[in-house]
Design a protein around this ligand. Structure first.
Ligand SMILES: Cc1cc2nc3c(=O)[nH]c(=O)nc-3n(C[C@H](O)[C@H](O)[C@H](O)COP(=O)(O)OP(=O)(O)OC[C@H]3O[C@@H](n4cnc5c(N)ncnc54)[C@H](O)[C@@H]3O)c2cc1C
Length: 403
C-alpha cells in the first residue's frame, strides 16, 4: 500500500477498540471508508490480543457474547449458531477461537483487511497548515503523513512492576522474572519448577493454571484477599445504573475514585476460583493472600524471596501479573500533543471533552485513558463501544467538528 500524504482520520493501533471504532464509523457513514487509515506495526488487526490469549492459553473471554467489535450486539450469537458449545456459561462467554473467527468475519464483512498500514507511529507533531490544525505522524519506516484527525487506540498502558523489583541488585536471567505480558506458556517446560505469581487478577489464574499443566508448583501471592467476580467491573457500569451518577459528578478526582473502587484491583472469575481451589487441594498451588514480597535476590540459580511477614521462600521463576498503568504523561506519543492541547490530568488520566477529544482539538483518545468519561469499563470491549458513541458523531456530523 502506498502511503498518502494526507488523510482525514488516522487511527493509531489495530486492536479491539480500533476495530470497534471502524465498524461503528462505517455503519454511520460508508463514505468515510476512503477517509481513514489504521497504523499498527503488526500489519494485521488484533495481533496483540490474539498473541496474549494464545500465550496465556486463555480458553474463553471474560465478557459476554454481546461484547464484540460489530455494531449489532446479536451478531456474534448469530455467527455462533452452529457452535453453541463454544459459548460458555454464565452469559455465553465466547470461546477464544470463536471470538477470533468472528472478528475475522467482521474484518471481511466490513472490508477492513487492507486498512492497516504496517508501521509504528513514533511521534505526533501538531502543526498549522493554511491556518488549519493538522497532525503530522512520524512512522518507524521513516515516512510521514498528515492527518486532520487522530484517534489514539494504543491499548493497555505501561506495564507496572512492584517497588521491590527496582531494588534487586543481583544479575538474573531475564526470563526468570517477567511481567505477565512477556510470559508465553507455549514456549516453556516447567517440570518440577516452583513459580511465584504475584497479583490477584484473572491473569494470575490463567498463568497459574498453565504453569501447573506444565508440571510446576505455583505460589500465588496477593496483597489483598482474592475476590471472586464474574466480570472485572459490575455490568451496572455499562448503563445508567451507575453511569448516571458518575456523569453527574463534576469533581474529576471523585470520578477517579469511583473508577478505582469499581475495579478494586484485580478479581478472579468464580470458575477460576474453583479451579484454583481444586489445585490447592492437590497441593499444586499455594495461595498466599494478604502477603507481599519485601525483597528478592537471585542466588545459586534460584530466587530467594523475603516477605513482609518475615517468611522466606525459594522459586525458580517469578511472574508479575501486576497489570498496567494508564498515565498520559508516560505515553510516548502524547508529549508534543499535550504541549499544544493541554488539559487537566487527574492521577494520570486526561480530562477529555464529551467526544473524547483533547480540548479544542481533533485528537481523540480511547481505551483505558478515556476512563474519566467512560467509567471503569473504558479499557474493555464494552467500553470501546461506549467510546464509539461519543467519537463517531464528532467525526460524521459537521456541526460537532472542530476546525
Ligand atoms: C489477557 C487479556 C484478556 C482480556 N479479556 C477481555 C475480555 O474477555 N473482555 C473484555 O472486554 N476485555 C478484555 N480484556 C481487556 C481489553 O479488552 C483488551 O486489553 C483489549 O485488547 C483492549 O483493546 P485495545 O484496542 O485498547 O488494545 P490492544 O488490543 O492492546 O491493541 C492496541 C494496538 O495498538 C498498537 N500500538 C501500540 N502502540 C502503537 C504505535 N505507537 N503505533 C502503532 N500502533 C501501536 C499495538 O500494536 C496493538 O495492536 C483483556 C485484556 C487482556 C490483557
Amino acid at each position: 500500500m502506498k502511503l498518502p500524504e494526507y488523510i482525514d482520520l488516522a487511527i493509531i493501533g489495530a486492536g479491539v477498540q480500533a476495530l470497534t471504532l471502524t465498524t461503528h464509523l462505517l455503519q454511520k457513514s460508508a463514505k468515510h471508508y476512503r477517509k481513514f487509515l489504521v497504523f499498527d506495526p503488526s500489519q494485521t488487526w488484533l495481533s496483540q490480543w490474539q498473541q496474549q490469549f494464545a500465550a496465556q492459553q486463555i480458553p474463553y473471554l471474560r465478557s459476554p457474547a454481546v461484547h464484540h467489535p460489530d455494531p449489532n450486539p446479536h451478531q456474534l450469537r448469530i455467527f455462533a449458531e452452529n457452535r453453541h458449545s463454544e459459548l460458555f456459561p454464565p452469559y455465553d462467554r465466547p470461546g477464544t477461537k470463536l471470538f477470533n473467527d468472528f472478528c475475522d468475519e467482521v474484518i471481511r464483512r466490513w472490508k477492513l483487511a487492507d486498512k492497516v498500514y504496517p508501521a509504528k507511529v513514533i511521534q505526533i507533531l501538531p502543526m498549522e497548515r493554511a491556518s488549519r490544525s493538522r497532525f503530522q505522524l512520524v512512522l518507524n519506516t521513516g515516512e510521514t503523513i498528515l492527518a486532520r484527525r487522530v484517534v489514539l487506540a494504543t491499548g493497555s498502558g505501561k506495564v507496572q512492576f512492584p517497588n521491590w523489583v527496582e531494588k534487586i541488585t543481583s544479575d538474573y536471567p531475564s526470563d526468570r522474572l517477567c511481567h505477565s505480558q512477556q510470559v508465553n506458556l507455549n514456549q516453556l517446560k516447567l517440570t518440577g519448577e516452583r513459580i511465584l505469581i504475584v497479583g490477584g487478577g484473572l491473569t494470575s489464574g490463567h498463568l497459574a493454571k498453565g504453569a501447573i499443566d506444565l508440571g510446576a508448583t505455583v505460589t500465588l501471592m496477593t496483597r489483598k484477599q482474592l475476590q471472586s467476580k464474574i466480570f472485572d467491573a459490575d455490568p451496572g457500569w455499562l448503563g445508567p445504573k451507575y453511569l448516571k451518577d458518575f456523569h453527574a459528578e463534576t469533581d474529576w478526582y471523585a470520578r477517579y475514585q469511583q473508577i478505582q473502587q469499581a475495579r478494586n484491583g484485580g478479581s478472579m472469575t468464580p470458575d477460576m476460583m474453583l479451579q484454583l481451589s481444586h489445585a490447592a487441594n492437590e497441593e499444586k498451588v499455594r495461595i498466599d493472600e494478604c502477603c507481599q514480597v519485601s525483597y528478592a535476590q537471585w542466588q545459586d540459580n534460584l530466587w530467594q524471596v523475603h516477605c513482609h511477614d518475615r517468611s522466606k521462600h525459594q522459586f525458580n521463576r517469578i511472574w508479575l501479573a501486576t497489570g498496567t498503568r494508564f498515565n498520559v504523561k508516560e505515553h510516548p506519543l502524547l508529549q508534543n500533543v499535550l504541549e499544544t492541547y493541554s488539559t487537566e490530568i487527574v492521577n494520570g488520566l486526561p480530562v477529555l471533552d464529551e467526544h473524547l477529544r483533547l480540548p479544542k482539538s481533533n485528537f481523540f483518545i480511547m481505551g483505558g485513558w478515556a476512563a474519566l468519561r467512560i467509567g471503569p469499563v473504558a479499557r474493555n470491549i464494552g467500553g470501546g463501544k461506549m467510546a464509539c458513541q461519543r467519537i463517531v458523531p464528532a467525526i460524521v456530523k459537521s456541526s460537532l467538528a472542530i476546525g
